[in-house]
Design a protein around this ligand. Structure first.
Ligand code: ADP
Ligand code: MG
Length: 437
């Protein structure tokens, strides 16, 4: 968990499980996170009335999630309407034009054999945008520094060229904005906005694969930027050839640039990252603790960071001395809260494997009892382990819409309640999926 927005998204995910989608939309669609400081979360909603409801009905849940995340009590401040402006003035916050970039620089990126190539390519692009590798495509599993490198490129280019038009888009941002522009009849403005960028940073493009109109628009945007000699940087959790639903023209474009992967760090790099992150938090860790973390968290830098942050919290709040047992607790917490969100492909693969089927069987239309059950379980898991909507889930399968998805999920929910074998199956498959984080 790195940013305020990540924390807020985790809170919203918990709140959403508790209430109906309609209620969730009513109270939270325009509620945003503003700040997190001194064990206080500041959020903003549009009216006094909504503030009253959020404060009365949801503050306990929100504070509960924060407690789970940081193992300490947080206050919740809810601003309404114009109070946000006042708050920003008094906090003397100049809202940065690119708040996402905060804290992600080349300076605080630890380089090792696992990311050396991606790092060097990123530096080259940041030094000569549009001139060397275009597009630059960085790929690899979750938590290995792709977004960090992407934003570090943005930060450096913005520093060198304050006048550059820079866009940072992640996952579905582009799709959502595109759809919105179509609804409001502003497609023209939308096109001009993106096609005239000097630097386009697209994070997690695996989410656009399969969305036809988004890919179409991305392709044209891509061409305009590319032909103008401006820079594009993209990230994804896998190489283009593994994105089955990626538009061929887009794939060809990506493959024509430079592709660089990030791998899990080796033990020396993990150790350097732990030392680096703890120093940044003003925490000095005993050698055996550093070694223990480096040996036990091997595949995800986000988790390493999570453990170090938790240790800082234990120390500050509970005055705990940091030893192997507090580290074990921190590791357990991090792995339990788990910021890992599996891809639909992983869920389908693991479910198919469990039932001795092929992923294609689950995605296709076969109706044998075993296949149908496996398919329904995979839908249930997608709903519970990812943020995908029912429509997105339906899109993973042939001929399924959101209502067939919903009835499958309900069916599995009922079976879990009444049939211990089904609930054990679902637990096992979830564990397999999570072990791939
Ligand atoms: P990804 O986008 O690949 O899922 P992120 O870039 O968000 O991963 O990285 C997750 C967290 O780990 C971030 O807070 C990032 O700063 C940190 N991180 C990842 N790799 C490194 C590294 N080599 N050096 C320092 N911090 C890193
Ligand atoms: Mg990322």
């Amino acid at each position: 968990m790195d940013s305020l927005e990540d924390i807020w998204q985790q809170i919203l995910a918990v709140v959403a499980k508790d209430i109906t989608p309609t209620a969730y939309n009513t109270w939270f669609s325009d509620c945003t996170a503003v700040d997190i400081t001194d064990r206080k979360l500041v959020i903003h909603t549009t009216s006094d009335f909504k503030r009253g409801i959020i404060s009365g009905r949801f503050s306990e849940i929100i504070r509960g999630v924060l407690y789970d995340l940081f193992s300490c009590e947080f206050d919740l401040d809810i601003l309404a309407g114009d109070e946000l402006l006042e708050y920003e003035k008094s906090a003397n916050k100049k809202p940065s034009p690119y708040p996402e970039m905060e804290g992600y620089t080349f300076d605080n990126f630890v380089v090792g054999p696992s990311n050396k190539f991606a790092h060097a390519a990123s530096i080259a692009v940041a030094n000569s945008p549009g001139k060397v590798y275009n597009p630059l495509f960085i790929y690899g599993n979750s938590g290995l520094g792709k977004t960090h490198l992407l934003l570090a490129i943005g930060e450096k280019i913005l520093r060198d060229h304050p006048d550059f038009r820079i866009a940072y888009l992640k996952g579905d941002d582009f799709t959502n904005e595109l759809v919105h522009s179509i609804q409001t009849g502003t497609s023209e403005e939308f096109r001009n906005k993106y096609r005239n960028m000097d630097l386009l940073l697209m994070d997690d493009i695996q989410f656009i694969a399969g969305k036809r109109s988004t890919q179409e628009e991305t392709f044209h945007t891509f061409n305009s930027i590319y032909e103008a000699g401006h820079q594009i940087v993209m990230t994804a959790d896998r190489p283009p050839m593994d994105m089955a639903q990626l538009d061929d023209r887009l794939r060809t474009r990506i493959e024509g640039g430079l592709m660089a992967d990030v791998q899990p760090p080796d033990i020396e790099t993990r150790t350097a990252i732990i030392l680096n992150k703890s120093a940044a938090l003003g925490l000095s860790l005993p050698t055996e603790v550093v070694e223990y973390i480096a040996e036990n968290i091997t595949s995800n830098v986000r988790q390493i960071e999570g453990v170090v942050k938790r240790l800082t919290a234990y120390k500050e709040i509970m005055n705990d001395s940091i030893n192997i047992s507090s580290v074990k607790r921190a590791i357990k917490d991090v792995i339990r809260v788990g910021s890992y969100i599996p891809t639909p492909e992983v869920i389908i693969e693991e479910t198919a494997r469990y039932y001795s089927l092929q992923p294609q069987d689950l995605k296709g239309q076969r109706r044998s009892k075993n296949t149908a059950m496996a398919r329904q379980v995979s839908m249930y898991l997608m709903r519970n382990l990812t943020n995908l909507s029912l429509v997105d889930i339906g899109g993973q399968y042939e001929g399924r819409n959101h209502s067939t998805v919903l009835s499958s999920i309900r069916k599995i929910e009922d079976m879990i309640k009444t049939d211990p074998e089904v609930s054990a199956t679902v637990r096992d498959i979830s564990a397999n999926i999570n072990s791939r984080s």
